[in-house]
Each structure stands twice: as C-alpha cells, then as structure tokens.
Design a protein around this ligand. Structure first.
Ligand code: NAD
Length: 493
C-alpha cells in the first residue's frame, strides 16, 4: 500500500530496519504483513531504499576491522550466549514464527531448536578451523590461515523466518564477517528478536544490520560495491537472478533455490513407517519446506502403503495439526495445480481444495491432498507446488523411477523406502540430488554435515551450513616463511 491510503490498525507497529545497533524507520513504501492463519493485519514492512541499504552496509563496513580482529574464541562466546537465549525465549520466538508464517506451534518450536543447533556448530568453529603448517623445504615453512570475506548479505525466504537467517548469521559472524540481513517481506517480524537477542548476547553494534524490503533492495544488494558475498535462499527463479547479478558484480554468491523432492517407494517398503513418513513429509509445515515430499514414485505394487496413507492423512487437520499456506495467492496457485492435473486424468484420492477452518475463514488453508496416476508431463509433476500436495507417479521398475527423478531440473532431496540395501545403494548413487534419504522422509543433514542441493536447487560452490559454509564464508591466506639462516638455497630463496 502507499502512504496515502487509509491505514488499518495492525497488531504490531511498523517493522523497522536495524542499523548500527539501533532500530530505525525505513522506506516510504510499505507492504502489509498478514497472519496467514486468519488473514488479520500484523504489521507493515518498509521497502528500504538504496540509501538505507548504504547506511546498513556502511555500518557493517565500519564494524568489520574490530570484529574481524577479535579472536575467534571470543567471537564464538557470543553464540554460546545467543544459543542459551534462543532456548530461554523459545516459547515467545515460536509464537512469533507461528503468527507470521502460520506453522503449528510444534513446528515453530522445532525451527527455533534448529537455530540453536546451528549455533552449536558456530561455537565449535574454533575447534574445527585451525590452519595448517608444514616445513616444505629445510627451514622453510608454509602455513594457511582463514580470514573472513568482509561484509556478507543474507537474503531469506518466508518459510523459516527464524531458522534460515540463522543458517548464515552464526557461521558468518563467528568467522569474523559482518552482515546485512534482508528477511522475507512476508515474515519480517522474527528478525527483530534475532537482532535483540544477539545484542543481549554481546554482539557489538554494526556487526549485524537488517534492511527490509522486496525486489528493489535485493537488486541494490546485488549491485552494492561494499558487499563481498551474498547468501540467498528462496525460489529458483529469484536464486538465478541474484546469482547472475551478484556474480556479474564480482561477488561470491551462494544461491539456494526451489525443490521438487521425489520419494521412491518400493514394494518391499515397511507399510506403516512409509505411510506415516510420506504423509509427514508432504504435509509438515503445510508442504512449505524445500525438503518436503512432492512426488511419490511408486515402483510396482505399493497399494497397501497408499491405502494406509489415506487413513494417516485423515488425521491431519487443517487449523489444528497443520497450518495454512502463506498467502491467498499461494492457496489459489496450489489449488490450480490440483485442478489442472485432475482435468488431465489424474485421480484425486484426498482433496484439500476449498478448505475452510471454522472461526478462521480469512485464513489461507489448503487441506492435505493426495493425487494418484499423475504422469510426468503434468505441471504438478514438473513444477514446485510448495503446498501440502503429494503427486503419485506409477512406475514398474526402479530404473524407471530413477529416470523420473533424474528428469526433474531440481535436485534438493530424494528418498527411497525399501528393505533392500542394494536398492538403497542404487538410489544413493543414481538420484540426482544433493541430500538423499534411505527410509527418511525429510533427509535434512544435521550439524556438522552441510545442507545444500544440486542442479537448479543451488547455484554456486559450497553449502549453506556446516563445513561447506566455512569455505564460502572465509578466504585462506597462505604464508611462506624462513627464519633459519642456515636453510639451503633453492628456487624458493
Ligand atoms: P522468493 O524467491 O519469492 O523470495 C526469497 C527472497 O527473494 C525474499 O527475501 C524476497 O524479498 C526476494 N525476492 C522475491 N522476488 C524477487 C525479485 N524478483 N528480485 C529480487 N528479489 C526478490 O521465495 P519465497 O517464496 O519467500 O520462499 C519459498 C521458496 O524458497 C521455495 O521455492 C522454496 O523451495 C525455497 N527454499 C529453498 C530452500 C533451500 O534450501 N534450497 C530453503 C528454503 C526455501
């Protein structure tokens, strides 16, 4: 909305930017922030200008010399304290995630706990990243040390308002970088509490800054001469824009995109475990996880699993055990995919369209949906739906199932349900995805293992968490030294 339009009362005051340790008003243009559970107005988020971004980057640049020169063991202490604060404030933080994103409270709590686990890794960085040293010829020593890259910008999506910012913040800062965070304009509220808790944990002013906004400020980030690296998490369309624009401005960019995750179900799969896992993977967080099951590739006769899934999914109640999707547009898009597939001959086994939660009629609810006999040419089989929808594609052999998985352009995750080690090994080798599950529906690697996909689910080198992030967020300096006068003369002299 523009400033000239009448202002409707919102639950919270307008969202503010955070620059050099202070919350400040930003952007003349404002976007409404709604609670997806009932459509009520929560707040308004500013669309920051490039001048406001300049102020945030300048603060990060000013803070960099002192922060990067602080020993890593001292920097890590901030994250021990921040982790404890995340745990102490989990109820409040989870309630905020629930309010702005819509996920149910257990999912919101799990997200905050995951943020705490990400801090654990950052706290252990002093143990993990000592440099290397070797006497390479008599009296001559080579050593490597890691240095931060400078100012890192992090651009985040709507689906994990607390966790995804914490994919980058603890590692980037513990490694000595300073930061500008650009949260999703759909869920901008959690970022304020992240900044407040980091300040309470002892993070110096200017080390973390926050600018809010949409496309305009993201483009300004990609173009900004004083930003050295960008981590982006969001859709593949925008990941490609940010990757191209950021790298053409000679920045390091790691851009994680969308996903289309295939769960291959073999005839020997354990019926109960498979049915409950597949339903949990497709309906958890209302299907709005980049690791959510999107396609079940059935191999041979899996009718007992499919029958059991129908009864398991009946226990998933929108508005109670499953939250809404993020917006009215998302609901319309998801329902369109289902209707198009149905019109082309797919069979809707469980229909979540036209879902209304009593008392929350203004919310953006979609019930869990299972749609069978989908063919690989249908849009629902090829594109990211990002809702609680499972498309079932029937195949007669593992090779055929792997061909379906391999043909999709994404590559975040893939799983197989089987009792056969040989089948599992084939999927591990041949699935074209960065994160593979064996009898696991949401194969998110836990710390210290890195998170990151393949193909169009990730542009750039490295991973967003774990050791892959250390490579992305640091640069090595190589030292060659000679202090021994007796050292022999050779080509290094
Ligand atoms: P999105 O791409 O719409 O938005 C992500 C960020 O980009 C936001 O901060 C937004 O302000 C900005 N943005 C949006 N349009 C832009 C444009 N035209 N130019 C520049 N910036 C723009 O993504 P979303 O809808 O917020 O999040 C859902 C998507 O994120 C899904 O595709 C999901 O798979 C993906 N995701 C991927 C991962 C992963 O690890 N690969 C993790 C979480 C989410």
């Amino acid at each position: 909305m523009s400033v000239a339009e009448p202002v409707t009362a919102s639950k919270y005051p307008d969202v503010q930017n955070y620059i050099d340790g202070r919350f400040v008003d930003g952007g003349a243009r404002r976007i409404d922030v709604t609670n997806p559970s009932d459509g009520s107005l929560l707040s308004r988020v500013p669309c920051s200008t490039s001048a406001e971004l300049d102020a945030a980057v300048a603060a990060a640049r000013r803070a960099f010399p002192k922060w990067s020169a602080t020993p890593i063991k001292e920097r890590a202490q901030v994250f021990f304290r921040y982790k404890a604060l995340l745990e102490r404030h989990i109820d409040e933080l989870a309630a905020l995630v629930r309010e702005e994103n819509g996920k149910v409270i257990d999912e919101a709590r799990a997200e905050v706990l995951k943020s705490a686990e990400l801090c654990e890794f950052a706290c252990s960085l002093p143990q993990l990243i000592p440099g290397e040293v070797l006497e390479v010829s008599k009296g001559v020593e080579c050593r490597t040390e890691r240095f931060p890259v400078g100012v890192v910008a992090s651009i985040t999506p709507f689906n994990f308002p607390n966790m995804v910012p914490n994919w980058t913040i603890p590692n980037a800062l513990a490694l000595g970088n300073t930061m500008v965070l650009k949260p999703s304009e759909l869920v901008p509220l959690s970022a304020r509490r992240i900044a407040e808790l980091l300040k309470e944990a002892g993070l110096p002013d200017g080390v973390l800054n926050i600018v809010h906004g949409d496309r305009e400020v993201v483009e300004a980030i990609c173009d900004h001469a004083d930003i050295n690296a960008i981590t982006f998490v969001g859709s593949t369309r925008v990941a490609a824009i940010v990757y191209r624009r950021g790298t053409s401005n000679l920045k390091r960019v790691l851009a994680l995109g969308g996903a289309k995750n295939h769960l291959i179900v073999m005839p020997d799969a354990d019926v109960e475990m498979t049915a409950t896992n597949v339903v949990a993977s497709m309906s958890g967080c209302a299907g709005q996880r980049c690791m959510a099951a999107s396609v079940m590739v059935s191999v041979g006769d899996t009718s007992r699993v499919i029958e059991r899934m129908k009864s398991v999914v009946a226990a998933v109640v929108p508005g109670q055990s499953m939250g809404p999707v993020i917006s009215a547009e998302a609901k319309a898009r998801i329902e369109r995919y289902i209707s198009e597939a149905e019109a082309k001959g797919a069979k809707v086994l469980v229909d979540g369209r036209n879902c209304v939660v009593p008392g929350k009629e203004g919310g953006y609810h979609v019930g869990p949906t299972i749609i069978d006999h989908v063919t690989p040419d249908m849009a629902i089989a090829k594109e990211e739906v990002f809702g609680p929808v499972l498309a079932i594609i029937r195949t007669s052999a593992l090779d055929e199932a792997l061909a379906v998985e391999n043909a999709n352009p994404y590559g975040n995750a893939a799983s197989v349900y089987t009792e056969s080690g040989g089948v599992a090994r084939q999927v591990m080798e041949k699935a074209s995805a960065g994160m593979i599950g064996i009898n696991v529906g949401v194969p998110v690697p836990r710390e210290p293992f890195p998170f990151g996909g393949w193909n169009q689910s990730k542009f750039g080198v490295g991973d967003i968490t774990g050791k892959g992030a250390v490579e992305f967020l640091t640069q090595t300096k190589k030292f060659t030294t000679k202090w021994n006068r007796e050292a022999g003369v050779n080509w290094m002299s």
